[in-house]
Design a protein. Sequence first.
Length: 293
Amino acid sequence: MIILDGKKTSNDIKEEITNQVKSINSSLGKTPHLSAILVGNDGASETYINAKVKACEKVGFASTLVRLPDNVSEEELLSEVDKINNNQDIDGLIVQLPLPSHIDEMKVTEAIDPKKDVDGFHPSNIGRMALNLATYLPATPAGILELLKRYNVETSGKHCVVIGRSHIVGSPMSVLMARNSDPGNCTVTLTHSRTQNLKDITRTADILIVALGKAEFVTSDMIKEGVCIIDVGITRVKSEKTKSGWQLLGDVNFEDVKEKCSYITPVPGGVGPMTIAMLLQNTLLASKKEFFS
Ligand code: GUN
């Protein structure tokens, strides 16, 4: 069994980006700039945003974090988005999700200039992705593709089963794995909460991508020998095993399945760090005006 080491791979990518930032600095006299909007004080969102800002610093990007209170109106949030859309010094913009329930997430996502949409969530960028046109790919699916590529995991002709149909991970992942590209060219089954006989389907997977947000959901009886498992889940649970009293668990019971897998991503240190690396990659592309010229 080979561990798909997202931490090491993301550090390699960050080093590559750092070198490119230096060359953009000297050739174009500019620094890639990511702006992030965070609404409210959700603990998980705070953690993700802080990690993103820190990663920007590490590779030499400029970053701006706009914090808005929980009770900000949709109109005020849209006006912040508009300001950043029109700020020529800012290359990429993300609005951390989820947003409070009084705000229409899709309306906000659609308000982001597609050229600055480094999350790849805007409907026009999702459309470009589905059509295999150059665009920003959503960071978590892009990070998974990068891991599969860098570890030379064969995907062509394989059966890829995705559990979870979120707009951020499961749905775009299923599209990307089915595209005529490498990695890609899989026969894809997208499963979700209404899927019947899930175990019968997962047992036929050559590549199993799990993104449903239920700790240790996948067990060894649900997989076949030699499967490649990508675990996107990350749930914080109370634990007596750690000093902090907390432990991070994936959607896969790692200890139970590890002997049966050909490849597996650990939690933490698998998909999570790759997501941030790909956000940086998208911001670099935005600063180079790589698409939509
Ligand atoms: N919430 C969970 N994942 C993400 C992400 O990749 N981008 C944004 N903007 N919000 C998220």
